[in-house]
Design a protein. Structure first.
Ligand SMILES: Nc1ncnc2c1ncn2[C@@H]1O[C@H](COP(=O)(O)OP(=O)(O)OP(=O)(O)O)[C@@H](O)[C@H]1O
Length: 266
């Protein structure tokens, strides 16, 4: 049930991102966060896994090459939520969920089953009141939450989320990340891009820290989120502390010029 990313190379324009990079297997039950500065290559990696960006190397689930799967099979396996969700659609939220459930081929659930699944997802994310609202009439945060429900509509085993909480208020960030962590713990592979490292530390089992197209660190949050690595990658003077519940908190006291950090690495 593992996801293998082997010998991956990615290029965007003239920029090389990953170069022949092999990751340790991604396991069901694990919530992995992709972190790193703007432009580090997080969305590109997520898009490669989602098969929406060309790459070299192998991405395989249970030993099966994703790039060789039929569209229908891939749609059932993989739920992907891109970074910028916008919609001019006149469909309602509920209709949008039905469309997502049948994307890539008819869903095995009958109409009543699909309705029950859609209602359960809306309830799970506390947005049942939006069921009849047009997608084009949602706020940014509402659209993002509906986008998450759409990505999960087919109950995929592999879930890819690009900044799923970027538009959410404080309470919704907490609620949604808690639900995502639970969905992973229930036996799925979840990979999400997050910028908030305190939230990442709170919910993720594994953090892959990218920097300028390479993987700088990969492991449990406490191993990856160290002041030295944060200085090197983000050029910040960061404190990594624990709150009264032993959760990691990352706070920033200042920033360094890039040249100072390069000297620090030398
Ligand atoms: N369409 C494109 N053509 C050429 N280069 C691109 C394209 N899209 C992205 N890039 C470049 O690829 C690199 C990685 O971009 P990517 O979007 O993967 O970064 P990211 O880590 O997700 O950044 P952010 O946190 O800002 O979303 C950047 O240098 C970016 O400028």
């Amino acid at each position: 049930m593992t996801l293998m990313l082997s010998n991956l190379s990615l290029t965007r324009g003239r920029k090389t991102l990953l170069r022949d990079t092999t990751f340790s297997p991604l396991l069901p039950g694990e919530f992995t966060v992709l972190a790193g500065p703007n432009g580090a290559g997080k969305s590109s990696l997520l898009r490669a896994i989602a098969q929406t960006l060309p790459y070299r190397g192998m991405i395989a689930h249970e030993g099966r090459d994703l790039s060789r799967m039929r569209r229908r099979e891939r749609a059932a396996l993989l739920g992907y939520m891109p970074q910028n969700l916008q919609s001019q659609s006149d469909l309602s939220v509920l209709e949008g969920l039905f469309v997502a459930m049948n994307a890539g081929g008819r869903n095995a659930l009958d109409r009543a089953g699909q309705l029950a699944r859609a209602e359960a997802l809306l309830k799970r994310f506390d947005i049942s009141h939006l069921a009849g609202r047009r997608l084009s009439a949602l706020s940014g945060g509402q659209r993002q939450t509906v986008g998450l429900a759409q990505a999960l509509a087919r109950n995929p085993a592999l879930i890819l989320l690009d900044e799923p909480t970027a538009a959410l208020d404080l309470a919704m960030q907490f609620r949604i990340l808690g639900e995502i962590a639970q969905i992973a713990a229930d036996g799925r592979i979840v990979i999400a891009v997050l910028h908030d490292l305190t939230q990442a530390a709170r919910w993720a089992d594994r953090i892959i820290l990218m920097h300028d197209g390479i993987v700088r660190a990969d492991g449990p949050p406490a191993e990856v989120l160290t002041p030295g690595l944060l200085k090197e990658v983000y050029h910040v003077d960061a404190r990594v502390e624990r709150d009264s519940r032993n959760h990691l908190i990352i706070s920033v006291d200042g920033t360094f010029p890039v040249s100072a950090c390069q000297a620090h690495q030398a």
